[in-house]
Design a binder for this molecule. Structure first.
Ligand code: NAD
Length: 249
């Protein structure tokens, strides 16, 4: 990596109010970047916070304009905002299906479009989306989520193809089980994490070969790698960060 390459760079991170997004924003700030943190709510007060629902495309465009006015030209975008509503596809109601796609897929598209339009004429920038290992491996009780993440990952690869001639790279980080509020909502008993690590044959889940749940820092480290010049020749790529849980599929 070029020394201090994030210093004074401008980064937008969605879903930065807590969890993985907050950790990515902190990591970028600690590396010297100026971070615009976007979310519908924030667990802590901080600098450059923008209250925004990514499903509202008009508000997204206005917010991205405001970010550039206040902080400067955006160098990096990290899409982390996401929701998980569990349940079988046959029991999934219209609102759960639509909201899942609205946040996870359309929301990522709204922000990518607003930022990508600004990056293109400047011919510089890097975009990362935090998707999921469920984008490539079917999961029981997560059909809407998995489908929305598959769509998001593919959208980002298509965008990467459109922007490659301008040297703007688009990549995906696909986490497995990561220790955040979203993951903990799935743990119904004290043994929750242990059960996830062990796997569950009746749910066709193999468990986690590395024998641990990821930390948000594990995910943030790969996001920063993909933004950095160490990844200068990587685009349209998806990196699984799931401890081997989906056997690299
Ligand atoms: N935690 C896991 O096990 C796991 C695994 C795979 C993928 N992921 C993905 O990682 C990302 C972050 O997940 P997390 O675990 O930190 O979850 P989280 O629920 O802790 O954080 C998600 C953040 O997104 C924000 N958000 C939700 N809807 C929004 C909207 N409409 N507009 C703006 N912000 C919105 C929330 O307010 C929250 O701050 C998500 O996209 C998730 O799908 C998480």
């Amino acid at each position: 990596m070029v020394a201090n390459e994030f210093q004074q760079k401008i980064a937008v991170v969605t879903g930065a109010g807590r969890g993985i997004g907050q950790t990515v924003a902190d990591a970028l700030r600690n590396s010297g970047a100026k971070v615009a943190a976007l979310d519908i709510e924030f667990s802590h007060a901080g600098d450059h916070q923008f209250l925004i629902d990514v499903t509202d495309s008009k508000a997204v465009d206005q917010t991205i304009s405001a970010v550039e006015e206040r902080l400067g030209e955006i160098d990096y975008l990290v899409n982390v905002a996401g929701i998980l509503r569990v349940g079988s596809l046959l029991e999934c109601n219209d609102e759960d299906w639509q909201r899942t796609f609205a946040v996870n897929t359309t929301g990522a598209f709204n922000v990518c479009r607003a930022v990508g339009r600004r990056m293109l004429p400047r011919r510089r920038g890097a975009i990362v989306a935090v998707s999921s290992n469920a984008a490539s491996v079917p999961r029981i009780g997560m059909g809407a989520y998995a489908a929305s993440k598959a769509a998001t990952s593919h959208m980002l690869k298509c965008l990467g193809l459109e922007l490659a001639h301008a040297n703007i790279r688009c990549n995906i980080v696909a986490p497995g089980s990561t220790d955040t509020a979203m993951q903990q909502q799935l743990w119904t008993e004290a043994q929750g994490a242990k059960n996830v690590i062990a796997g569950s044959a009746e749910n066709y889940r193999l468990g986690i070969p590395l024998q641990r749940i990821a930390s948000a820092e594990n995910i943030a480290a790969v996001v920063l790698f993909l933004l950095s010049s160490n990844a200068a020749h990587i685009t349209l790529e998806s990196i699984l960060v799931d401890g081997g849980a989906t056997l690299g599929c």
